[in-house]
Design a protein around this ligand. Structure first.
Ligand SMILES: Cc1ncc(COP(=O)(O)O)c(C=O)c1O
Length: 384
């Protein structure tokens, strides 16, 4: 009998984060700096509006593209926030988080043999999703020497005959790196010259601390070559609601909608109603969360450098990516021993690609008190 699991899926590696956190399960008193998820609960006004929408009987399917009301709010929000012009009817698709947006964009764009450039260390899903879509991920290795930043020269060098798209993620999970408008404009010039598409994962845009975030599609001429992905998971503390959105030229949004209508149908209506409230309701709770992440970033980076784990300054998201090379341990051994000996869980850098060897990812989406205690334990571990 043939194997029930396809060859493609057999070859796929399970996420390194999952593998590591299976170890954490069942252990008591562990402080987790591992998960990429806000420690805040979704603000009450959003939860309340969702409860109210259920009471009102909002229990049906919606248009495949998402509620017109939500798409309109997204379009208005992007116009007000960034000056972006997206037509709510034709250029916006509501997705099951950025996760679905990534999958749809790659499936809609990539033909077999098409290459998509992906910088590493990177978020865990990019490579596998590109492969499932039939494309060929071409990884660009970034290193601490360059501040884990892509440069125009390195971008140029990696463009080849089969390159169809570049996947950008900024602020970046796991490094926290982001790019200024000037840096992005230099990439845009090169990509324009070679006619290369961009899938821009900007799910952490609101959590940018040192300068204003620039959406890639706001750059001159870039909108027609960019699929802009964003969502409510991070800055709005809404991971469990599973709402995101994709904006782009109508052809590609139409193609993505075709796949979405057969596979997902639509995002749950209650989640869409909650997302509406997130966009038009009070913004103060989000500002407070951002301030708190900022405060934690300062603390985490200062403590890391104090205990001798060198760390560049993350400009956004809620991660630090320090080097653990001076301990002489591999990333995996460091994380496993820290967990067993001091009950602090963080993610080995190798979960984000081989370039992450010698690093660990620390999520500061954890309360300040927990962070303080975790760093006491990390310091003891390092001293030992
Ligand atoms: C860079 C990046 N992109 C996408 C996602 C998925 O986000 P969502 O919850 O919107 O599917 C994550 C989640 O951790 C992420 O870090």
């Amino acid at each position: 009998m043939k194997n029930i699991v396809s060859q493609k899926v057999q070859e796929m590696q399970p996420s390194g984060i999952r593998a590591f956190f299976d170890l954490v399960l069942g252990m008591k008193d562990v402080i987790s700096l591992g998960v990429g998820e806000p420690d805040f609960v979704t603000p009450w006004h959003i939860r309340e509006s969702a409860i109210y929408s259920i009471e009102e009987g909002y229990t049906s399917y919606t248009s495949n593209k998402g509620l017109v009301k939500l798409r309109t709010y997204i379009s208005h929000f992007l116009k007000k926030r960034y000056g972006l012009e997206y037509d709510a009817e034709e250029e916006v698709l509501v997705t099951v988080g950025v996760s679905e947006g990534l999958d749809l964009a790659m499936r809609a764009m990539l033909d077999p043999g098409d290459e998509i450039l992906i910088c590493r260390p990177s978020y865990v899903s990019y490579g596998p999703v590109a492969e499932l879509a039939g494309g060929r991920p071409k990884f660009i290795s970034l290193s601490q020497k360059d501040g884990f930043k892509l440069s125009p020269e390195v971008l140029k060098k990696n463009i080849g005959q089969h390159t169809k798209a570049l996947l950008l993620n900024y602020p970046c999970n796991p490094t926290g790196v982001s790019y200024t408008k000037k840096e992005l404009a230099a990439f845009n010039k090169i990509l324009e010259k070679h006619g290369i598409w961009v899938i821009s994962d900007e799910v952490y845009d609101e959590l940018t601390y040192d300068f204003d975030h620039t959406p890639f599609s706001s750059l001159s001429g870039a909108k027609e070559r960019t699929v802009y992905l964003n969502g409510f998971s991070k800055a709005y503390a809404m991971t469990g609601w599973r709402v995101g959105f994709a904006c782009g030229p109508r052809d590609v949004i139409q193609a993505m909608t075709k796949i979405h209508q057969y596979t997902i149908m639509c995002v749950p209506i209650v989640s869409q109603m909650a997302a509406c409230e997130a966009l038009v309701g009070p913004h103060k709770p989000f500002e407070e969360m951002k301030r708190e992440y900022h405060r934690r970033r300062e603390f985490v980076v200062a403590r890391l450098n104090e205990i001798g784990l060198s760390c560049h300054q993350p400009q956004g998201a809620f991660y630090a990516f320090p080097s653990i090379k001076r301990t002489g341990l591999s990333s995996g051994d460091f994380a496993t021993r820290l967990l067993k000996e001091k009950k602090v869980a963080l993610v080995p850098g190798t979960a984000f690609g081989p370039e992450g060897e010698g690093y660990v990812r620390i999520s500061y989406a954890t309360s300040f008190d927990m962070l303080k205690e975790a760093f006491e334990r990390i310091e003891e571990f390092i001293k030992k």
